[in-house]
Write a protein that binds this ligand. Sequence first.
Ligand code: TRP
Length: 473
Amino acid sequence: MADSPNCDLKSLSPLQLFERVTEQGEKVRALKAGKAPKDEIEAAVRMLLSLKLLYKTTTGQDYQAGLPPRDLVLINNGTSKEEDEDFVDPWTVQTSNAKGVDYDKLIVRFGSSKIDTDLINRIERATGQKPHRFLRRGIFFSHRDMDQILDAYENKKSFYLYTGRGPSSQAMHVGHLIPFIFTKWLQEVFDVPLVVQLTDDEKYLWKDLTIEKSYEYARENAKDIIACGFDINKTFIFSDLDYLGTSTGFYKNIVKVQKHVTFNQVKGIFGFTDSDCIGKISFPAIQAAPSFSSSFPQIFNGKDNIQCLIPCAIDQDPYFRMTRDVAPRIGQPKPALLHSVFFPALQGAQTKMSASDPNSSIFLTDTPKQIKTKINKHAFSGGRDTVEEHRKYGGNCDVDVSFMYLTFFLEDDDRLEQLKQAYTSGELLTGELKKVLIETLQPLIAAHQERRKQVTDEMVKQFMTPRKLAFEF
Ligand code: TRP
């Protein structure tokens, strides 16, 4: 047996290395328990120590049993000592700060990169288009490998977009539109194919829903997605329950990912426990698979090397950290990512909205009157208690939900800046700010409802039919 980690070990990813240390630890325990010869135990212990050392030099962290390398782990994860840490995973977003999650800290903890002015300027140069307000205002704030996408694009190499939605209910709210509004813009300015995954399987596994119901929600949600204006010739929307069984490429990728991720790893990344059903445990492979072009042979002519760009809210990052770790080991390019902040609940930026609480957000089905009442009644205000105090001290835009919503939806930069100054100085009252938001959202939602009405079952069927898109590969 080798006494020190050999060269092969040096080429392991941090996660694989973590696995090796864990395995070796188990081996040492087994040898000791089995009362193996002393020199055999000592050799195994030496190996364990050198593996731990290699782990430390590779990741900069001490090996801790049950705790995979930090950039692959959910932040906090119950191990952090700091009490005011934010908690973010695909199911929970929690912060004690009224301004919302500290996104700069999140970038450091997740090990992603900030979308800075240089990158935004570069996107502008590459596309010849004014950057979307979500970029200008830091709503898409973090990325992985976006510069690589731009390098390739500038060299006339195409890529494709992948995003998705978990159809947990019929009711979608304005926050759910954020990734789709942005993805539509990306599709337009880069002129690339888009695949949209509807994870009806995921919602069946996680929620108290029948298969039939979640499948039905997927089709209903598809209408809202289509109503965002995607090009039918360039977009493939699929329900997992439908597409997985029919595709010749998709399931192969699922199995490849499954072979390269252990139970220990998903426990570390997603916090699964021994009592979670095996459907949940293997689900991350299903969300990973669309990151590989070979999952869509009909679109990419069987090519497996077309790079993927995933716009999503930052809470989906754990899935794609896992995907990026696996990609090189199954001979596929790592997907690039663009991360958005969370859309705040009407009650404040401390938590993500819930589709089950009708007052926590503006729904795409709300009437103009409901929009008005909800904002006036429930939108958390950064204004002062009395008009006199407000005039004297001014309001706080950092915690004011109406102002936050306007940064998402008011297109005019100058107007937004004027509102900010007027509110901060006390010149503009909360009621007046709310009125601006109401007048911004009412026509926007009405227009969405109008477009959604135009979406026929026939169109849904077309978008959801596996087919070649308007691109040659
Ligand atoms: N899991 C996501 C949700 O619950 C849905 C999803 C699947 C997704 N694939 C994606 C989101 C890719 C963003 C990007 O909403």
